[in-house]
Structures are given as structure tokens and as C-alpha cells.
Write a protein that binds this ligand. Structure first.
Ligand SMILES: C=C(O[C@@H]1C=C(C(=O)O)C=C[C@H]1O)C(=O)O
Length: 365
């Protein structure tokens, strides 16, 4: 008894949601500062859609259950300051009303909610006629019909921009995943509802930051439409899901390394000059960020040298850096002469920075 769904492609005002759609942000909004700073860093990595949990369903009571409505104005600030679109999880009618009141652009229904048709119906009723994208996570148990049921309930409420989030499935057995991907289930969902976008959540599938790149690539190679990845400015200090969150910089690398292959065999590849130049722009941005991080360390070294009365120029260390970079250049296929030239300039600036630090410390006296 398949019902025809009435779906429209996902869209946000002024943003085409092309593959790969990347949604990133912390598991939970914890403080205004953590939310905004994480958002700024993600925006710098080219992320356009921000996620943050405001209401968190926890397995056991007593864990951090989200900041609640007070976090919604923080998301509004994220929008204003970074221009990113924002998304949150909703689990009941109250969440839906509050999120919409604060101008949230995209909503998602969590795995535990999807597992409960009463809860899904309540959320669907609250969403009646809403013209914003709504993403529906798979239920915690590997039940495709229950997943499709939730999609149908939301669609019957008049929501047309619907996407599915594949976040993996609970098992009692311990496996290398936090939630088993059971790829055959979203593949079957694609077969049953080909026009429904599927977004994979490698953070909840893996439970560990190290596995996210690999699972993201797998999702792309299955021609899924996007990824929702948990990213925190300081993952080890996160109040929830610390082990599965990546820094915005790490997220940028994952994004950069993702190979997005063509879906149709008959398509002619048409990489335009613009696309190649966009790639260069984004790599250059990362280069500059990396240089900035290196200079910050030089400054810390400058301060140490000031406090311990050590000269700025350290020839032995400079020699070691040059020799190692020359070798590493060859290993990665860059010309050693070129890399040496680059490092001469970097070293010069590193010395300048340390000089400035020393003069500043002296002036304090
Ligand atoms: C950063 C340092 O100071 C100087 C700058 C270096 C660099 O930027 O790599 C290396 C040696 C020093 O001449 C250091 O002592 O490590």
C-alpha cells in the first residue's frame, strides 16, 4: 500500500542544495560563545548550513539535556553574523513552534522520535503547511516501513521539502560502529522513493571522529545527497558526544578530500574554469589559516624565549626545519627548491613575529 508522496527538491532561500549538501555544527548548543565561535569557524570552512541541538533526548536521565529555548536567540545571531542557515531537532509541537518563532530555517526529526508514530504525528500536525525543509532521521531500529511512515505523515501535513537522514541503527552487540549503517536500508529507501534526498550522518554511525571521512566517502559513492556532521570548536570539551565531534578545521579537510563522483554514466564531465578556481580559492584559504596557526606558535615560542632569555634565531633548529621540509617536499612530490624558498620567507616572518613579541614584553616593564 504505497502512497504517492508529493515532494519538492530541498531548497533554502537563495541557496541551491546541490550534492553534497553539508550540514555541520555542534551536537549541542552549550553557550552563546561556543555556538557563535563554532559557527564562525565553520562558515570560514565554507559551510552554509549550521546544526545545533537545543533539546537533546538522552538515554539516561541526568545527562545534559540541551539548553532549551534560551539557545534559539544564539542561532538567530549565527544567522545574522555568518549568513549561514540554521537547523535544529524537534521532537514535539512545542519545539516546532519555538523553532519557527525564532526563524530556524530547517528542522529535523530525531531517530527516537521517528520510532514513535504518535510523536511523529504530533510534530507533523505542528508542521502543517510549513514551507521549510524537514529532515527525518531513520528510526533507531532497522525498520524501513517505520521510516517511510514518518516521511508520509510529515508529507500529508503539507510539507513538501523532505529529506531523509541516515544515522545508522542500534544494536545490542558491540560493533565497530556506534550505530550500524545497514547501508541496504537507505539503498532500499532510494529504490522506493527515488526523488527523496538522503543525507548521511557519519557522526552518529561511527561514534568516533576518526571514522567520519571514510563513512562520508561511502555515502557519496552511494550517490546520497549530503552529510550532516557534528563539529565543535573544542570537541574534547563538548558537553555531549565528545568523541564523535570534529573541529571545524578537520571538517574542512574532510569536505575538501571528499570525492563526489557523477551519478549518471551518460553525463559528460564538464569541469569549468570557475569550478577549478573555486577549488583554488578554498585551498588558499586553508593555506592562510595554516600559516596563521604556525605564526601563533612562533609567537608563543617568542614569549618563552623572552622569559628564558634565549636568542630568537636558533640556527640548529632552523637547519633541522629546512632539511626536513626539503625531504618531505620530495616525498609528497613538490620541488625541494620551491619549498626551501617558501620556508625562507616563513622563517623570516617567524623571526619578525618573535621580535614583536619580545618588544611588547619589554615595553610592559
Ligand atoms: C620558532 C623558532 O624560532 C626561529 C624560527 C624558526 C621557525 O619558524 O621554524 C626556527 C628556528 C628559529 O630561528 C624556534 O626556535 O623554534
Amino acid at each position: 500500500m504505497e502512497h504517492k508522496l508529493d515532494l519538492q527538491p530541498l531548497a533554502l532561500p537563495g541557496l541551491e542544495l546541490k550534492r553534497p549538501i553539508i550540514i555541520a555544527g555542534p551536537c549541542s548548543a552549550e553557550t552563546e560563545e561556543q555556538t557563535l565561535e563554532t559557527a564562525r569557524q565553520l562558515a570560514a570552512q565554507g559551510v552554509k548550513i549550521f546544526r545545533a541541538g537545543i533539546w537533546k533526548p538522552r538515554t539516561r536521565p541526568g545527562a545534559f539535556e540541551g539548553v532549551g529555548t534560551v539557545g534559539l536567540p544564539w542561532l538567530k545571531k549565527v544567522k545574522e553574523e555568518t549568513g549561514m542557515f540554521v537547523s535544529v531537532e524537534v521532537a514535539n509541537a512545542h519545539h516546532v513552534y519555538e523553532a519557527l518563532k525564532f526563524g530556524v530555517d530547517m528542522l529535523w526529526i530525531g531517530a527516537r522520535t521517528t520510532a514513535n508514530p504518535f510523536a511523529v504525528q504530533e510534530v507533523a500536525d505542528a508542521l502543517t503547511g510549513v514551507d521549510k525543509p524537514v529532515l527525518i532521521k531513520n528510526p533507531v531500529n532497522p525498520d524501513l516501513e517505520l521510516w517511510i511512515g514518518a516521511i508520509e505523515r510529515v508529507n500529508r501535513a503539507g510539507v513538501k521539502m523532505i529529506g531523509a537522514i541516515h544515522r545508522g541503527f542500534s544494536t545490542y552487540d558491540k560493533t565497530k560502529y556506534r550505530n550500524n549503517p545497514e547501508w541496504q536500508i537507505p539503498i532500499e529507501l532510494r529504490r522506493r522513493i527515488p526523488e527523496l534526498p538522503i543525507i548521511t550522518d557519519p557522526s552518529h554511525i561511527s561514534g568516533k571522529s576518526e571514522m567520519i571521512a571514510e563513512i562520508s566517502q561511502e555515502a557519496m559513492d552511494l550517490n546520497f545527497n549530503g552529510l550532516i556532521i557534528e563539529s565543535h570548536m573544542c570537541p574534547e570539551k563538548a558537553w555531549s558526544d565528545a568523541s564523535q565531534q570534529v573541529t571545524p578545521q578537520h571538517l574542512g579537510e574532510i569536505k575538501q578530500n571528499l570525492v563526489v563522483r557523477r551519478s549518471a554514466i551518460g553525463d559528460t564531465p564538464r569541469v569549468t574554469l570557475d569550478e577549478l578556481r573555486q577549488k583554488i580559492d578554498s585551498i588558499d584559504k586553508q593555506l592562510l589559516e595554516t600559516l596563521k596557526s604556525r605564526m601563533k606558535i612562533s609567537e608563543a615560542i617568542g614569549k618563552y624565549k623572552y622569559e628564558n632569555n634565549i636568542t630568537i634565531l636558533q640556527t640548529r633548529r632552523y637547519d633541522e626545519v629546512m632539511n626536513n621540509r626539503r625531504k618531505q617536499a620530495e616525498e609528497v612530490g613538490l620541488s625541494p627548491e620551491f619549498v626551501v624558498k617558501v620556508y625562507e620567507h616563513i622563517h623570516e616572518e617567524s623571526i619578525n613575529r618573535q621580535n614583536k613579541v619580545m618588544n611588547k614584553e619589554l615595553a610592559k616593564k
